[in-house]
Ligand binder design. Sequence first.
Ligand code: ADP
Ligand code: GLC
Length: 513
Amino acid sequence: MQARVLLVSSEAVPLVKTGGLADVITALAVSLRKLDIDASILMPGYGVAVAHAEADATTAPLQPLALPRDLPGGPARLLRGVMPGTDVPVLLLDTGRFHQRSANPYIDQSGNEFSDNAICFADLAHAAVAICAGETAVPAPHVVHANDWHAGLIPFLLKTAGLNHVASMLTIHNLAFQGNYDWALAGQLGLDRDAQAMSSLEYWGKISFLKAGLQHADCVTTVSKTYAQEILTPRFGYGMEGVLNERRAALRAIPNGIDSKVWNPEADPLLRHSFNVGDMRGKTLSKCDLQDMFGLLPVDPFAPIVGIGSRMSHQKMADVVLQTLPTVLDRHERMQLVVLGCGERSYEEGFLDLACRYPGRVGVHIGYDEERAHALHAGCDMLLHPSRFEPFGLTPLYAMRYGTIPIASRVGGLTDTIADVGMHGPAGRGASGVLFDGETARDMEAAIERAFALHQDAGAWRAMQRNAMHTDFDWQTAAAAYVDAYAAIAATEAKPLFARKAPDARVALEQAA
Ligand code: ADP
Ligand code: GLC
C-alpha cells in the first residue's frame, strides 16, 4: 500500500492562480508522487477550474462523486479528474457558490472580498473531513496537508470529530491572510461544538480559520527558515506570534522549490530565443523582444532594463516603489522599466500614470499574464522585488534562472535564497543579487543605485549572473523534507508507509546541505 496525502488548497496551477501558492501546490504534488507517495489535491471547483479541467481531461471526463453529508453552504459534490499536464489526481469541490467565481477567486469586480468567503472555505474544510472520514468513494488519506487559512479549519474539525487516524499538517504561505470572521457565523459554518474547543479558534473576538489550523494541526510548517523565525516576533507575526510561540515545538521550516522545467532559459516554449549560462546571446535577443512587447524605445540591447512582476500590494511595497521610481528614472536617462502586475486599484493607476509620464521608457501591463512573465524574466537586467515581508518569494528565483539580478528586501525567504553582493563582497564570490533593509524610498533608491553601479562593471555583472543562474532550488529536496515531516506525524500504523521513504528523504537533504 502507498502512503496517501491529500493536499488542500484554494488554488493550484494550471487551474487557478493568484500567487505563488498555486505554483507550490501542484509542483509539490508532482514531486511527492515521484517519491512514491499517492498525493492528490482537493480544491474549490471554481467555474474556471472546472472548465479548464474538463477541457484538458485527456484520459476521461471529470467524474462526479457524491458527498453524502450536506456542507454548511448546502449540498455539494466532488468532481474527480487529473490536474492538466500532470499525473496528479484532483478533486474539485463543486458547490454553487464556488462555481460562480471566475476571474479572481477571492474578490468581486469592485475589489471587495466576497461576502460568503467564510461559508465557501468552511465548505472546503468540511468536504476534506468527509473524505478523511471515508464517507466518499475516495480512499481516506493518511495525512491531510492544509495550506493557508482557506484550509485552516480542517485540523480543528478532524480533532473534534475524533478522526485521530488521519494526521494533519498546516503550511503557512502567508500569515497576513487569516480568515477572521464574525463569531455570530459559527453555527452557519458548522462549528457549533463544545465551548472549550471553540475557544481555541478565538482571535480578538472573531473566529479565525488560520488560528484553528495553527492550534490543532499535528505539524505546522512554513516556507523558509528565516520566515519561520520572523513569525515568532510581533513585527511579522500579524498577531499570531503568541500562538506560534506556544506551538514552536510543532513548527518546521520547509523551503519551497521552483519548477526548473517551466522556468528554463534553455527550453522555454514561451520565448523565441533560448540561452544558457555559457551562451547569453539569446538573452540579448529576448531583451529586444521585451522592449518590443512593452513599447519601449529605443530598442537598445544596452539600455539597462529594470522589471517588476508581482501583485501590486502593500506587502510588495508598491507604495514605496511608486515614490522611488521617478527619481531613479530621472537620474538614469537610458534606463527602461517594465511592469507586469495587478492588485489594488490605486497602485495599478499609479503605475499607469508613471507610463504616461515616461512614454517609451516605462511599459506597464496591468493583468495576469504568464507569457509576459516569462518575457520579463528573460529580457530584464534586474528585477525590483521589494517586500515588507516575504514567506518565500518564488519570483526572484525565476528571474535568477534567466540571469536577471534581483534587487530585493532582506526579509523572509529572500534572505535565504538571494546571496547579497554586499555581504559576499566582490561578485565573483557567490553573490547573486542585491538585498536591502528598510521600507523607505531612500532605502530602495540606494539599493537600485548599488545595482546600477555593479551593472557598469561587465565582469562583476557576468559573475553575478552566473551565480544566479546556477542557484538550485529543486522541488525534490523540499518534497523529501515533507515526506520526513509526514512520517513524523502519521498514525502508528501508517508510519511505515512514510518511513520507507524517509531514508531517501534524508539522503536528498544531506546532498543539498
Ligand atoms: P506571492 O505568492 O506573494 O505573490 P511569489 O513570488 O511567491 O509571491 O509568487 C508569485 C507568483 O505569481 C509567481 O509565479 C509570479 O510569476 C506570479 N505572478 C505574479 N503576478 C503576476 C502577473 N501579473 N502575471 C503573471 N504572473 C504573475
Ligand atoms: C505566499 C507568499 C510567497 C510564497 C508563496 C508560496 O503567497 O507571499 O512569499 O512564495 O506563498 O509559498
